[in-house]
Design a protein around this ligand. Structure first.
Ligand code: CA
Ligand code: CA
Length: 281
């Protein structure tokens, strides 16, 4: 059957893992530098009002990222008080980057944290500081529900394995709600055909709450050949085929953690060291 040839052709190739990684704009867009200096409390208030909160820093790469964006200015971050905690609730204080001799709580009056941005060894290092001093600061704008990272896993999986994988490492298999999402996905996917979250009869999406309204079946599909085609793959041009769930195709997960967030589909995934984005097995 002509339509089914895409399976065999892919399955027969020997697969090494390949990582295609294109990102960074959305990931780095999670913070906003507010240049007008404020004291720490005003800064916190401003961020909570206009953004989400003062920025938390969880890794050296995030730290470096902010330093690069600070335009040479020393700035407040969301860390405060003793014991140290982040202004943004739920963020754990695990990573830190104190300068030598800091935090020193100078004159018992340093309860807030700034990052110095100078061209010396203290660049990017943290200092506890008097909360009343006015500094520019970074607000946190929330996590990008779907990083632009495009990671391709060349390992083929059955639909069930794919679903399990996506649910474990991301949110779920990808759902497609309209033609532009479909088009977007075809463009971003580096390997095809791949499983989408559509399954069963009547058709529904793996990701709960997503309605099956849009469809993009290839001609003559779904044909439920041999009564055994309950899962759906997308081909090179974005058309859908029902296929046997135990056949193998590539995997595309939606990486948004909150299913209610509109998600740009992200091609899944991994086994390559991918900085800033989740590293998958
Ligand atoms: Ca200090
Ligand atoms: Ca079919």
């Amino acid at each position: 059957m002509q339509q089914e040839s895409h399976h065999t052709s892919v399955t027969d190739i020997a697969f090494d893992l390949l990582c295609v990684f294109t990102e960074t704009s959305n990931i780095t867009a999670r913070y906003t530098l507010i240049e007008e200096p404020r004291n720490w409390t005003e800064a916190q208030q401003y961020c909570r009002e206009h953004h989400i909160d003062l920025v938390s820093i969880k890794s050296a790469s995030e730290n470096e990222d902010l330093v690069k964006k600070a335009q040479g200015k020393t700035f407040w971050i969301g860390l405060f008080n003793n014991p140290w905690k982040w202004s943004h609730q739920g963020d754990n204080y695990t990573f830190h980057n104190w300068n030598t001799g800091e935090p020193n709580n100078w004159r018992c009056n340093e309860k807030c944290v700034e990052i110095a941005v100078r061209d010396d060894p203290s660049r990017g290092k943290w200092n506890d500081q008097d909360c009343k001093l006015k500094r520019p600061f970074f607000c946190f704008d929330g996590k990008d529900p779907c990083p632009v990272c495009v990671l391709v896993q060349l390992k083929l999986k059955t639909w069930t394995e794919a679903q399990q994988y996506c649910r474990e490492h991301h949110t779920d298999l990808v759902s497609i709600k309209n033609a532009s999402e479909n088009e977007d996905l075809v463009k971003k996917a580096q390997v095809k055909p791949f499983w989408i979250g559509l399954f069963n009869n009547p058709w529904k999406w793996s990701r709960q709450g997503d309605n099956y309204t849009f469809q993009n079946w290839a001609d003559g599909e779904p044909n439920n050949e041999k009564g055994n085609e309950k899962c759906v793959v997308m081909n090179e041009i974005g058309k859908w085929y029902d296929s046997s769930c135990s056949s193998k195709a590539f995997v595309v997960c939606c990486s948004g953690k909150d299913p209610s967030l509109a998600c740009v589909p992200v091609v899944c995934v991994c086994a390559c060291a991918c900085v800033r984005v989740r590293v998958c097995v």
